[in-house]
Design a binder for this molecule. Structure first.
Ligand SMILES: *Cc1c(COP(=O)(O)O)cnc(C)c1O
Length: 375
């Protein structure tokens, strides 16, 4: 076995930009300005520009970003938010924590994103918002979603945790919905060295409200006119993100190149289905997700034995999570989601991956799925 190939390789990225990162960290420590200040505002301005929106508000995490947007938009007890069951738990946690109800619609099996043709049937008098997730770095069909939302008077909150720089019909997350929530968790396309997140929006009043909410609702140091949260992005993370942001376009391009290589190398392989790319969009491949026929868990284990680390995003749909058992969703409620959960496999992808590594992974997957696991 040659060198194992990890799912993501954060060390390779640090090695490529070490002086920039070390410089950013040293600068913050020398200034001892750890909360707020110009590191945070400079990153916010740069990321707003990158997403093509008026405003960005740095938040302590992606989960916090969703929570603050819901709060700022007045979504709470008894309200319903339509979203997808094929996502990370953090999509629905803030909805549930606010006392609102996450209402699921199944995915389109081609894109793994919300099936927009099922949204209208899920709307009730209590529906307040639609929360699409741009899963794996491919944006949901935002033109259709915005049209439905406008016709029914709903707000749209984009979960863009996996979609920094992704486009749909030439527009990025935050340019479509009322707000887009980003995670800068370390493994995301733009990752901090700890927890971090952001809200992007074209709505100045909403941005101002979220900026106040993240910082204890304060108007001055010890004056607070609303009850807020402790959800600030800190200066150290902002400086690191600011050092990384100039590389993000190249990193996303590298991910698209690697995805293209995988798709070409796996073309025609029996039992392996490569990702569908919506021709209206430009994905950023946070995850490169194939579906495999056969015993997926055994395939994942056989890959591991050959030094290839594959992941599963996500093995248990949200409507089947014990945390949501009280909703009483039955098995079979969202068949495309449940089918996906059983046959998806995420292959290693990170911008520094070499073509040789991509070949190694593709060859291993072909062998394993083709029943030549020992080859
Ligand atoms: C990562 C992620 C989140 C949560 O982000 P954190 O920064 O970890 O809080 C939310 N939604 C999706 C789809 C994610 O992938």
């Amino acid at each position: 076995m040659s060198h194992p190939i990890p799912l993501v390789d954060l060390k390779a990225q640090y090695a490529a930009i070490q002086p920039e990162i070390d410089g950013a960290i040293a600068r913050v420590i020398a200034n001892t300005s750890f909360i707020g200040g110009k590191e945070v505002s400079a990153f916010e301005q740069a990321f707003a520009e990158f997403q093509g929106v008026k405003r960005c508000v740095g938040i302590a995490s992606g989960t916090g970003a969703i929570a603050l947007v819901l709060h700022a938009l007045g979504i709470g007890a008894g309200d319903e938010v339509i979203t997808t069951p094929h996502s990370f738990i953090a999509t629905v946690e803030p909805i549930e924590a606010a006392g609102a109800v996450s209402v699921f619609v199944d995915i389109d099996p081609a894109t793994f994103n919300m099936d927009v043709t099922q949204i209208e049937a899920a709307i009730t008098p209590r529906t307040k918002a639609i929360m699409p997730v741009h899963l794996y770095g491919q944006m949901a069909r935002m033109d259709v979603i915005m049209d439905i939302a406008r016709r029914h008077g709903l707000v749209v909150i984009e979960d863009a945790a996996q979609a920094h720089g992704a486009e749909y019909l030439g527009k990025r997350a935050g340019q479509w919905g009322d707000a887009a929530c980003f995670s800068m968790y370390p493994g995301k396309n733009l990752g901090a060295y700890g927890d971090a997140g952001a809200v992007c929006t074209n709505d100045d009043a909403l941005a101002d409200k979220i900026a106040k909410l993240r910082d204890h609702g304060r108007t001055s140091k010890y004056a607070h006119d609303i009850i807020g949260f402790g959800e600030r992005l800190d200066a150290l993370q902002a400086a690191i993100l600011g050092a990384k942001l100039p590389h993000l376009a190249d990193w996303n391009e590298a991910r698209r190149r690697i995805a293209g290589e995988y798709t070409e190398l796996l073309d025609g392989a029996e039992g392996i289905c490569t990702p569908y790319v919506d021709p209206n969009g430009v994905p950023v491949f946070h995850i490169y997700c194939v579906t495999v026929s056969g015993d997926r868990d055994a395939i994942q284990a056989a890959l591991k034995a050959r030094g290839v680390e594959a992941g599963i995003h996500y093995p248990l749909p949200l409507h089947m999570q014990p945390a949501l058992a009280h909703r009483g969703y039955a098995v079979g409620a969202f068949p495309h989601t449940e089918h996906a959960a059983n046959c998806i496999l995420s292959l290693p992808i990170y911008p520094e991956m070499s073509l040789e590594q991509v070949r190694t992974v593709a060859d291993a997957l072909r062998d394993v799925v083709g029943g030549r696991a020992g080859a």
